[in-house]
Design a protein around this ligand. Structure first.
Ligand SMILES: Cc1ncc(COP(=O)(O)O)c(C=O)c1O
Length: 342
């Protein structure tokens, strides 16, 4: 049997050599007590922290701590459900509204972590036939998002506008293209020349996503990040961010002005099955919906599983938000007319 762990042997040997030389393991430090954003007790010693992402020192901010306690009191310790089914709470909507206000953007979506924001957004918007052109020094979550969506990956030399431009020009003009950049790169702390990079991306017909994980809150006039500082907020299609760094908590998000962004909030597929108790009620509901001005499919056995009667609804990317509101109203009216709901 091939041991799948054998590939880690060089890392294990390297670590053992470090420890044998009498060094403290730098990748296993435990902070026994965190006294403030800048001081913790490590190995029993009071230690100044110069290696956190607590850029704005928010972790002990009285408002942040109080909001966390209130959320625990009002909502309990977790949603125990996914956002698209049973895991959206009023707090999610409130934070999405706060993000829209903060970035002055039309749409926002929060995730459990910044890692998941990159994974979810990138893998959803760029698929098998699309190209992702990304800085070679991109964060692991960006690479993982690219791999999950199966897009064609085209890396270019770090912060090199000319290299980006060359790669873009080699791609088929009609292909879907997403350029992924970071405002500040986390290891060296260098800043992307977003002004020029966004310009060459747009000239090539590409959409642009900027990960502002290390710039939120303190770069740009309103703290919106490097895209704001470089004056390209209007040209950037998606901004990804995290709450795990400058705002001192946990979670990730995406904000965008894309008119179809809300489709990302809807269920896993475009099909929504509304299950009816029996054929007679299903048919009555179908007719009442038609009277309201809404056409859906009435599906019945043997086309349906488990002998179900259901109203099969399929959303399309062109349904407007207003139409979705209207549809919900029609369901409520038809439900009351047929006695399906009180
Ligand atoms: C550029 C970048 N994007 C995304 C993330 C992921 O953020 P989170 O810690 O919230 O998962 C990080 C975290 O280190 C990051 O540096």
């Amino acid at each position: 049997m091939a041991d799948l762990f054998s590939k880690f042997d060089p890392i294990i040997e390297q670590r053992e050599a470090l420890l044998a030389a009498g060094l403290t393991d730098p990748f296993n430090l435990v902070m026994e007590k965190v006294e403030s954003p800048t001081v913790a007790l490590c190995n029993g010693k009071r230690t100044i922290l110069l290696g956190t992402y607590n850029y704005m020192g928010m972790t002990f901010d009285p408002d942040v701590v109080a909001a966390g306690k209130t959320a625990l009191d009002e909502f309990g310790s977790g949603t125990t459900g996914s956002r698209v089914l049973n895991g959206t709470y009023a707090g999610h909507r409130a934070v999405e509204q706060a993000l829209k206000d903060f970035y002055a953007m039309d749409h926002a979506m929060v995730f459990s972590t910044g890692y998941q924001a990159n994974l979810g957004v990138i893998s959803t918007i760029a698929g098998k036939d699309d190209y992702i052109i990304l800085d070679i020094d991109s964060h692991a979550s960006i690479y993982d998002g690219c791999a999950l969506g199966n897009a064609q990956i085209v890396p270019f030399r770090h912060n090199d506008v000319e290299a980006l431009d060359k790669r873009l020009k080699r791609l088929p003009p009609e292909a879907g293209k997403l350029v992924i950049l970071e405002g500040v790169y986390s290891m060296l702390g260098d800043i992307a020349p977003l002004n020029e990079m966004v310009a060459v991306s747009k000239a090539a017909g590409a959409m642009v996503l900027v990960d502002e994980a290390h710039s939120m809150g303190f770069i740009g006039e309103h703290g919106r990040g490097v895209a704001e500082a470089e004056g390209v907020m209007d040209a950037v299609d998606f901004i990804i961010g995290t709450f795990s760094k400058s705002v001192g908590t946990v979670g990730g998000f995406c904000v965008s002005n894309h008119p179809r962004f809300e489709i990302l909030h809807q269920p896993q597929s475009a099909i929504i099955a509304v299950i009816m108790p029996d054929l007679a009620t299903g048919a009555a509901m179908w007719e009442a919906l038609l009277d309201e001005g809404l056409y859906v499919n009435l599906a019945r056995p043997p086309a349906t599983p488990a002998n179900m009667t259901l109203l099969r609804c399929s959303l399309c990317a062109l349904h407007s938000e207003d139409q979705v509101g209207e549809i919900l109203g029609m369901f409520a009216a038809a439900g009351r007319a047929t006695g399906c709901i009180d």
